[in-house]
Structure formats: structure tokens, C-alpha cells
Unconditional design. Sequence first.
Length: 296
Amino acid sequence: MKLLILDAGHCLNLALAREASRRADTELVIEQGTIITASRLEAIAPDAVIIPPLAHPLNMAPADVTAHADAVDICLDACQAQDVALIWCVSDQLYEDGLDVPIDEHVVPAPRDDSLRRLVQTGDRIRAEFRRHLIVRLGPLFALEGSHAWLNDIIGDLVLGKAVRAAEDVIFCPTSADAVAMALIGMLQQQVSGAEAWGAYHLAGTEPVSAFTFTSMVRTQLLTHLEGRGEQITLGEVQPLKHHHDAKLRRVLNCRRVLDVFGVHQKPWRLEAGRMLDTWCLTRESNRVSNTGASA
């Protein structure tokens, strides 16, 4: 299976590259930009094109969000021309106002924000015009490297002693980029093998939490890891933010369909974050040893 991935430096694409390197059945072609043409698709001849998500479109400049939607429209035209499957990952922030119960796939986002509505328009067009698509709605991504990685920014600020502010009244399911990469490749292998299960799917980590709880857990585990390695460091504090004064806003994705159709289980975000913190600390320790050796 050959996959064409757009936006090379995105944290999800780096995770896809790591996952593909461990497999003998998946080949990746990675493009720097976010737009693909029909002629380029014809030359590469992939089984599918993957477009990674804008992780936090509500916090981005509207022009950047609109530009992303325009790029997806162009990619859709190219995929239709060459009959290449289109996989577009989108943020759970499209459900701007959330829902009191877990959100099913059939619930099409209806945001108030103009730029988010532009993304929804592109999604509507994909569903109406091109059967061979997957729209994969994701909880907030976290990873150690790449754009939109979130976790690396939290760790970086904490280690520098900076305060990290995080909302405590928005509830969601943090989602490991590595887990999404593994799931996407598994889903597409089934599609290439004839599953033909096109449509919209939700994919997120288990256990709904706030950004404040997630960030606080990262701080606690990071401190434990560092102290266990004999490193004394004063980490920055985590400060709660409130955006909704009357009630908590919940963006919890129901991921039952991806399990029923593809057998993809949700990954516990606590375990995924703990594993990444292990990796970060090992890399930090290795760099310190290397620097000590070099200075000697």
C-alpha cells in the first residue's frame, strides 16, 4: 500500500512515518506542501492521500483556517480526477459548542465560527461528491515532535520554569499521534483489501479530561521521571483557565463505529503520555551524557 501524506512536518505525519518504517506492507510518500495536483497524483499513483488536521482551528487566524479548507478542496478535485481515496483528519473543535453526551459520527458539526463553518462546508462537499473518502475526527493530538504536537510545548515550558495555563472547563479526550497513525494505517490496509467502509469516523483517547487535568498529569509524571533519574529541577506551575462560567463544555467523541467496522480500539491517553515522557527523559539523559563526554 502506498500512501501520499501532505504537510511533511506535522506531528501526525511524523508518527505515520515511524509506524510505516516498522511495517513491510506500507510505503509513504511525503510532500512538503498541503496541496496536490492531479498530475502529481498520477505520477505518484498512491492508494490514498492523507491530509493531517489543524489541531486547534479555534485558536488560529481565520485566514489560515480558510486557506486549509481551500487546499483540501483542491486536493479533493485531484483525488476525484485520479480516483484516489482521500483521508482528511479534522479537529474535534469543529463541534464548537460540544454536546452533553458522547458525539456520534452522524452528528455533523454546526459551529458558529465562520472559519470553522468553512471547514464544515468542505466536509459536506467531500461527503456529497466523492464516495472514496474517510473523514476522521480526532481528539486533541499530542506528540513529542512536529507541528501541532502540544505535548512538546507543555514539557518545554515546564522545564524552563514557565507557567502553563490550561482550560479546566473544556472536557475532551487527548489523542496520541502515534495511536492515530497506527489506526489510520490499519484502517487503510483493510480498505485496500476491499473493506469499502468509507465515511466519517471518530478516533480519540480514552477517559475524558480537561486540558488542565491533562497538563497537571504531565507535570506530575515529568517531575517523577526526572527525580527518579537524580535530576533536581523546578518545573513551572500549571494555572487553570475558565472559558465557560455556567457549565463545562464537553467534546467527547464516541469511537464505537471505528471499533465495530475496523476493530480499532481507543488507546488510553495516560499510558501514551507516560510512554512519551519516558522517551523524552531517555533522550534528555542521552544528550546530557553525550555533552558531558564531549566537554571532557
